[in-house]
Design a protein around this ligand. Structure first.
Ligand code: CP
Length: 337
């Protein structure tokens, strides 16, 4: 049984197949591939796009979605094996995953890291436990990666550029934010751009913002096998010069994970990293995007967000189409009904 936990586990051809199916849905193709089926959408964190697009996508495929608020409306969950459950957690994933599997055909999980201990949180323990104990496919709605966002981003890029992004200059730029954020979308931007053969530059205020070695190593492997390159840089002008794609994300520096006061001086070095018209003027007429939600005039200046170069709205719309492709592929694995 196949899950959709990370695009690392899916080949470029398989991902392109999902993108092609998503493009067909977007062009008006109808399917009832979830007829009589249901999906549990379990949210440990807030959402606007993910919650709406999964619910509506399931409906459009003839299925039924139930939304579970895991931070209030369901029992607090434990994921560690062998734990003496004498704290606040009332239920173990071992039971919750099996019980939900007896009701629904798909389980989707959003569970951000706790920002306490990266050594354990980089193992993505909650969704890994769900995938281990569920007897139905599990979909990642954002944990320490955001694979559905990756597909939506790649579909928007292929639509905008009219084809593959192999050989394009792809800039993932750290941008300012008042507080340290999850690295999930940055990891995902790196994974999908490298898997599709782009020349990826990761622009950071300081090398302490290097992404986890798991994702840096995967990206190096993807480009070694399929073309493209990966570079970490602090040179703003060189990074923007000639870029075809600019993707904005803020994240916390992993060496200071859970100890953010010490990160502050490094964060201050990126105070001028907001995407502005002046920086965009250095690019090769690049498209620019962000996963949303996004703080205007902190991460990206109004003049850029409101320009034709901004494709964040298309990317957000594509969440609906790509997730329909993912739900259909997972629900029908083993044979169409
Ligand atoms: N990009 C994204 O996942 O949006 P939400 O957090 O609103 O779901």
């Amino acid at each position: 049984m196949r899950h959709f936990l990370s695009t690392e586990d899916w080949s470029r051809n398989e991902l392109q197949g999902l993108l092609d199916r998503a493009a067909a849905f977007k062009s008006g193709v109808k399917s009832r591939s979830l007829e009589g089926k249901s999906i549990a959408l379990m949210f440990f964190n807030p959402s606007l796009r993910t919650r709406s697009s999964f619910d509506i996508g399931a409906y459009q495929l003839g299925g039924h979605a139930i939304v579970l608020d895991a931070k209030g409306a369901t029992w607090p969950l434990e994921f560690s094996d062998g734990t003496i459950m004498d704290g606040s957690e009332e239920e173990h994933v071992r039971e919750a995953a099996r019980v939900l599997s007896s009701y629904v055909d798909l389980i989707a999980i959003r569970c951000f890291p706790q920002f306490k201990d990266w050594a354990s949180e980089r193992e993505d323990p909650m969704i890994t436990a769900f995938a281990k104990h569920a007897t139905v496919p599990v979909i990642n709605m954002e944990t320490i990666v955001h694979p559905c966002q990756e597909l939506a981003h790649m579909l928007a890029l292929q639509e905008r550029t009219g084809g593959p992004i192999a050989g394009k200059k792809y800039l993932l730029t750290w941008v300012p934010h008042p507080k340290p954020l999850n690295t999930a979308v940055a990891n995902s931007s790196l994974l999908i751009a490298s898997k599709f053969g782009a020349d990826v530059s990761i622009l950071v205020p300081d090398e302490v913002y290097r992404l986890d070695s798991r994702y840096m190593d995967s990206a190096e492997r993807f480009t070694a096998e399929g073309g493209g390159s990966v570079t970490l840089t602090t040179d703003v002008e060189a990074a923007y010069s000639g870029a075809d794609v600019v993707y904005a994300k803020s994240w916390g520096a992993l060496p200071f994970y859970g100890n953010w006061d010490e990160e502050a001086p490094f964060r201050a070095k990126g105070a001028d990293f907001m995407i502005t018209p002046e920086k965009m003027a250095l690019t090769n007429n690049a498209v620019v995007s962000h996963c949303l939600p996004m703080r205007r005039n902190v991460k990206i200046a109004d003049a850029v967000v409101d320009s034709p170069a901004f494709m964040g709205i298309e990317e957000a719309e594509n969440r609906l189409h790509v997730q329909k492709a993912v739900m259909e592929a997972l629900a029908l694995q083993g044979g169409a009904e």
